[in-house]
Design a protein around this ligand. Sequence first.
Ligand code: ZN
Length: 252
Amino acid sequence: MNQIFIGLFLLSILNLVFIEAGKCGCQKSKLKRAISLKIDDMLLDHVDLMKIEGFRGYDKNARRWTDNTLKYTFHPQFPADKKQIVRESMNELTNDLKGCVKYVESTSGYHIKVQSHQPGCWSFVGMLNKQGGSQELNLENPGCLYSKGTIKHEFIHATGFMHTQMRADRDKFVNIFWERIDSDFCHAFVTCKNCEETVTYKTNSVMHYPSESFPCPGQRITMVDKQNKEIPYNHGTIEEDHQMIKHLYQCK
Ligand SMILES: [Zn+2]
């Protein structure tokens, strides 16, 4: 019964994917129709869609990592000279979280396989499968391996979090210029009913989009804060990012 429900749910979402190629602007009222199984750099499944849609029965702990530990290994093709920046990023995050969540390079048990041979920077959201094996996290070389902020951003997706500007309360903190967004990317601006609102909203969160996200031709910025200031690309985590993770993983 449950599988039938999930199947129908996925089918309905896939049928409603809403793309207007090459156009400017998103209709806010049609935004829910734009939800798909890939929102920018996040690969999603039915559990994530339940989170976004606010379905009853969604378990916020479903995708937490066992023992608060994210194990990762490098794919054999991962560039050797870029392993260090990933290791440093993971050590910094572990230290910043005071060990609440640990990012450990290890081949034992279920883990993240860090690869760079596919296009773009992307991750799944949280721990997918507690039975064994691995899940991919892609950091294209060199674009995704310049900034520790990008590496940490993808690993925080893998830890179980979506984008800050997807929070249901985001309109209190940012102004979105709907008419300037590339219509192919309207889905990147959906809100999520069950995303974390446990910490103060900060536009300098490493999980927040910058102002220059997905403009259509002839435009440059799609979002500003409430003081009309542009939001830069964020190169590192802030205390609110750490608090958000600690809250889900039940640390002080
Ligand atoms: Zn992201």
